[in-house]
Design a protein around this ligand. Structure first.
Ligand SMILES: [Mg+2]
Length: 369
């Protein structure tokens, strides 16, 4: 079998609610162009992935996917994922990790379809379901966090993660108010989205330890390994970093050797696909650590993340970022939690999602090849 073509279908996603992230530094757009990546083969079977998110249209990255990465695929056996990955990685400075990830995810989808099994089964299944948590955007008012946390608890999510309003003094008020609103035992996490310096991080960290928060995510700059090491020595709460630390598999090594984080983190969009996520998860396992999976930024990436999670032993939860209106698009019967707040393993071949091809056809802006 050979890859004969790679195409990127840009399609409109309209009426997206505006939500803010990173203390207001990022936001969704009311309308973006999403991308359907299709890997075509000489035997007719196809692999798919989505490029883009409500915060970042596929048109921004997509031209480099076609110009720089498509040549790594044409004429190759689509099952030679490691070889294709190596060739794509060698070109990482000429494209983005999101594009490398989109091709890699589509290759895994194709591999699962060829094998007639879900991707997690192809990798080797560890589990059949996973608990979830809901993750807030950045809100302006603490009252909004309180309402959202209570609603999420009532919906049956096992946990709620705060992306706080900033600055740190307000964050202290926010974490306290939310704890009070949901009771002492409900699982809460704080993701400060690289918002603090070391002293601020210690103050907020001590407060959430007292408030029985489950983990403390990305309090310091994404690459500030030395301060993460100091912070981790100072605090008892689990510190989770590396979601957006730069680089490939080797870039995790100093975090591990310097004991700068309690878990590794990433997802198929920001780390470049299923292939590097699985490698990083296995690397973490060797150090007795978890690999906690970040949300994927679009519907199909979340199905890809879910397949990784069903394969790896060392992970705890699936992240559902809020609200659905800015996260879910282009899938029929998208992921939902069950009555226990879990999400079940995909059962259909490949990623296991049903892509809404009719919708994509209606909303198509251009096909790039
Ligand atoms: Mg995060």
């Amino acid at each position: 079998m050979k890859i004969t073509d790679v195409t990127l279908t840009l399609f409109k996603w309209e009426n997206i609610p505006i939500v803010y992230h990173m203390g207001g530094a990022g936001s969704s757009s009311p309308e973006v162009q999403m991308g359907l990546v299709t890997i075509h083969t000489d035997e007719g079977v196809e692999g798919h992935s989505f490029l883009g998110a409500s915060m970042r249209g596929a048109n921004l990255d997509g031209l480099t996917l076609i110009e720089k990465l498509k040549p790594c695929c044409i004429g190759q056996n689509p099952l030679n994922r490691e070889h294709i990955y190596r060739e794509m990685w060698r070109r990482n400075r000429h494209t983005t990790l999101r594009c490398i990830g989109a091709i890699d995810v589509a290759l895994w989808d194709l591999g699962g379809k060829i094998a007639n099994m879900p991707v997690h089964q192809l990798l080797g299944t560890y589990r059949q379901s996973i608990p979830t948590y809901a993750s807030s955007p950045t809100h302006k008012d603490i009252a909004t966090y309180i309402d959202e946390a209570q609603a999420i608890k009532a919906q049956g999510f096992p946990g709620y993660k705060i992306h706080p309003p900033t600055p740190w003094e307000r964050d202290l008020k926010c974490v306290e108010a939310v704890r009070k609103a949901v009771g002492d035992d409900y699982m809460l996490m704080l993701d400060s989205a690289w918002g603090y310096n070391y002293k601020q991080a210690v103050k907020v960290g001590r407060a959430i330890e007292e408030l029985n928060y489950h983990w403390y995510e990305d309090p310091l700059g994404a690459d500030d390994i030395t301060h993460y090491t100091e912070l981790r020595e100072k605090l008892d709460i689990q510190i989770i970093a590396t979601e957006y630390s730069w680089g490939g598999l080797e870039a995790y090594v100093p975090w591990l050797l310097m004991k700068a984080t309690d878990a590794l983190r990433g997802d198929v969009a920001v780390k470049g696909g299923i292939t590097p996520c699985v490698k990083a998860a296995h690397l973490a396992e060797a150090f007795g650590m978890n690999y906690e999976v970040h949300h994927g930024g679009n519907s199909l990436n979340n199905w890809a993340n879910l397949n990784v999670i069903m394969h790896i032993r060392n992970t705890e939860m699936f992240e559902v970022i809020l609200p659905d209106g800015a996260q879910k698009y282009g899938i029929i019967d998208d992921l939902k939690i069950d009555k226990n707040g879990h999400i079940a393993a995909p059962t259909a071949p490949g990623l296991g999602a049903k892509i809404d091809f009719d919708l994509i056809k209606k909303k198509t802006v251009a096909v790039i090849r």
